[in-house]
Design a protein around this ligand. Sequence first.
Ligand code: FAD
Length: 385
Amino acid sequence: MAAKFDLVVVGGSFAGLACARTAALRGLKVAVLDGKSEPGARVRTTGILVKEATEDCDLPADLMRKVRGVRLYAPDGRALDLHAPGYYFQATDTAGLLRWMATEAERAGAKLMYGRRFEGATEDRFGVSLPALDLHTQFLIGADGARSHVAQFFGLGRNRRFLAGAEIECEPLPGLDARFLHCFADSKIAAGYIGWAVPGLGMTQIGVASVRGRKPQLSQLFARVATTSGGDSVRVVERRSGLIPTGGPVEPLGRGRVMLIGDAAGLVSPVTGGGIHTALHFGRRAAQLVGEYLYDRGGHPLEAFAREIPRYRLKRVLRRVLDLAPPNALIDAMLMTAPLRALAQRLYFHRRSGDPASFEAWQEDFERGNMEPQPPSRGGELRCI
Ligand SMILES: Cc1cc2nc3c(=O)[nH]c(=O)nc-3n(C[C@H](O)[C@H](O)[C@H](O)COP(=O)(O)OP(=O)(O)OC[C@H]3O[C@@H](n4cnc5c(N)ncnc54)[C@H](O)[C@@H]3O)c2cc1C
């Protein structure tokens, strides 16, 4: 007889594991399927977390490193330093974080089934059967990423617009200022997006993403980063690539006893390409809604879910503009102007203002323990390098 579950989650990454843990803590009998051999295998992401992600979900500090500033480079080499007092990003040991999340989900009671792929299902009045795996579930959640098989199989909405990303992980570059995320706006290297170099936990990640059809130029970026950091030979530890959905939430997000979350649902910022925070937040939220539906006669989870998720209306418009990949001469002319600096500040730090003193001065103050609040300002600090 098929093993019976309340909830089967397809995909054991950020969205799926967050969902499974919350559902299990709420008393649901949960299983997670993932085609990978183990949690944290074949990571496809840079894994940077925005501050809000660590406020929403309690994650272990020893798997993260705070990075407080963004250094944004124009194609001609000038750079703009951006930051906002009190704000930070977290570079992560991403594989370690996913292993930790898997352990937490398991400890909460979820059954983890790695090395098992979703291939197809049959639906009945009481839920969904997965005959190949001999499972039956009252509800099925697709957390299986940008090219969701669950979405395809059940005829749900699918991501149609993407950025293509490629990244290497290498030994630390000592000359790369570890206080910053280094971001490179350059249409020849990263048409429609940016290149990045992240001094992480015991390694450096160098990556680039472009609109599809324009190859991300990882080796050109690597040469630029090497010039910037004064290093020329590094040992590459790992290479990875993946697709980033940029079209916003898919339609429909689910039907009957099936629903999508995370990248599968298109919950990724079309401008920044960040999707981990929404994967965690709405992974947990989906679990709460499914629990209420199955056990408290709550409304169908899709109703509240569709109401609560971000629609990214403005960011989708901005994405269309960025997809045009403005020529480098235009980026050089525009990037350091006050309106563009203000826009960059807003995109990286949301509504927070930078401080009028330079990042260096702010950091000195911070390290001296000066807790006086800083007056707000509108833009970042321009450096010529
Ligand atoms: C190069 C790159 C860099 C990025 N950098 C960042 C960043 O720094 N910060 C950020 O916030 N976002 C970043 N993103 C986006 C972020 O990685 C995603 O938004 C996030 O991983 C989404 O989590 P998820 O759980 O929805 O899906 P995923 O992390 O894609 O996980 C999907 C899971 O489903 C499994 N799966 C797929 N098909 C099946 C199947 N048929 N059966 C069983 N299992 C299956 C996969 O093995 C995988 O484990 C980046 C993306 C890319 C490509």
